[in-house]
Ligand binder design. Structure first.
Ligand SMILES: O=C(O)C1=C[C@@H](OP(=O)(O)O)[C@@H](O)[C@H](O)C1
Ligand SMILES: C=C(OP(=O)(O)O)C(=O)O
Length: 448
């Protein structure tokens, strides 16, 4: 798990064209959900293309601790023999979710309506992140939580012996909170209703329907209203995990800012609740096209083709697009530094409670490398220096945050001087093949 090991300092050198095909790993959000819902189904779920990053491996380990049989068949092929809704055993060990907010919050939801007690912990980053956003609604089901001050991990959840269904309006745009409530609702008799004012990624809703749960989604004046009927028997599924658009963002953005590049990123999930970055890049003038558009496993998929784009312009990113690209703002800010004019990113308060405070982490590293950044509580602007205009030459802190580390590695590829990070080890949480994949395209990454 990241944060427990030795830091890995890394440097990215300015490089020539990036070319070829970038086969990025499976989607992290869908991978977590496949394992968790597989563990709550009756029978064997088969998963191909699972992301074998540390975050997801920690979720696999947790599902074993709750009694599911989780088998790694090699090559991204996994099977999960589930124990059924309400069938979780009480783990006899602390559940360590490493660096993963998704892992810990979804698993808390999945166990909260069962009469078992579980203690959760994580690495130094996860143990700083807010958990009350999940334990508040879980208390409505009858679960109790005792954690550190400020609702932080380590934390013990005493699941509800007699859960009741709830109606809950999610106060922050968060698919993790929405999903935790839905997963808890699975073992509550009756209808659990979750309302979200802004649409967030909908993988849980899609996958619950796929597993045979009774779930409806309505767009109303109060927002998206999701209604789930509790105590279903979930039917095991065969799941092909699409490739992760949040990982695709790195080779795509690297190609846009590196002279002469032409990179194909095949088979990327383009669920509209996830594709905001690509829309934004196209609005900035990026030469980014969708080829071979198709549907796979109920999700829209395309091959992305990104070519060097010397004429990108700064834009105001619509605040209502934030949820559909929330993990992509760090790398977008690197592209913004290589565009002309100012890029304004508003409505992004959530960036401050990710693996790091991502506005602060990016602002520090961008400034150290010669880029002007202004920020407020829920917005930031990046002053573009034009293509190739980033001076570079400095070392950035990654704050145990994979997206920060990878974003600065991308920045180095198009900068005037190399860019370094103090610790690239968190990259393994979501994109374990980042270094060989980028090197295969022509990037020059070095471990110090
Ligand atoms: O549900 C999910 O799989 C995720 C939801 C998002 O978090 P929030 O729910 O905190 O916005 C996102 O940042 C995270 O990487 C994955
Ligand atoms: C925010 C992220 O993940 P998590 O919340 O699962 O730690 C991310 O992957 O960018």
């Amino acid at each position: 798990m990241s944060g427990h090991g030795t830091p890995i300092p890394m440097t990215s050198h300015p490089c020539g064209p990036l070319t070829g095909s970038a086969e990025v790993p499976g989607d992290k959000s869908i991978s977590h959900r496949s394992l968790i819902l597989g563990a709550m189904a009756v029978g064997e779920t088969k998963i191909s293309g699972l992301l074998e990053g540390e975050d997801v491996l920690d979720t696999a380990k947790a599902m074993r601790a709750f009694g599911a049989e989780v088998i790694d068949h090699g090559g991204g092929n996994w099977s999960v023999h589930g124990v059924g809704v309400g069938g979780f055993a009480e783990p006899d060990q602390v559940i360590d979710c490493g660096n993963s907010g998704t892992g810990v919050r979804l698993i808390m939801g999945a166990m909260a309506s069962s009469p078992i007690t579980t203690t959760f912990t994580g690495d130094a980053s996860l143990n700083k992140r807010p958990m009350a956003r999940v334990t508040d609604p879980l208390a409505l089901f009858g679960a109790q939580a005792v954690g550190r001050s400020g609702g932080r991990l380590p934390m013990t959840i005493v699941g509800a012996a007699d859960p009741v269904p709830v109606r809950y309006e999610v106060p922050v745009p968060s698919a993790q909170v929405k999903s935790a409530v839905l997963l808890a609702g699975l073992n509550a008799p009756g209808k659990t209703v979750v309302i979200e004012k802004e649409a967030t990624r909908d993988h849980s809703e899609r996958m619950l329907a796929g597993f045979g749960a009774e779930i409806t989604v309505e767009d109303t004046d109060e927002g998206r209203v999701i209604t789930l009927t509790g105590r279903p028997e979930l039917k095991p599924q065969v799941i092909a995990v699409p490739r992760d658009p949040s990982s695709a963002a790195f080779p795509v953005c690297a190609a846009l800012i590196t002279p002469g590049s032409d990179v194909l990123v095949p088979g990327i999930g383009l669920n509209p609740t996830r594709a905001g970055l690509f829309t934004t890049l196209r609005e900035m003038g990026a030469d980014l096209t969708y080829e071979n558009e198709r549907h796979e496993g109920g999700e829209p998929v395309a091959d992305l083709r990104a070519r060097y784009s010397p004429d990108m312009k700064g834009i105001t990113v619509p605040a209502e697009r934030a949820a559909s690209m929330i993990d992509e703002y760090p790398v977008l800010s690197v592209v913004a530094a290589n565009a002309t004019g100012t890029t304004m990113m508003g409505g992004v308060k959530e960036l401050r409670v990710k693996e790091s405070d991502r506005i602060d982490a990016m602002a520090r590293g961008l400034r150290a490398n010669g880029v002007t950044v202004e920020e407020g509580e829920d917005w930031w602007t990046v002053q573009g220096l034009g293509i190739g205009g980033v001076p570079g030459g400095a070392t950035c802190e990654s704050f145990l945050d994979h997206r920060i580390a990878m974003s600065f590695m991308v920045m180095g590829m198009g900068a005037q001087k190399p860019v370094s990070v103090d610790d690239g080890s968190p990259i393994a949480t979501s994109f374990p093949i980042f270094e060989p994949l980028m090197a295969g395209l022509g990037a020059s990454l070095e471990r110090a």
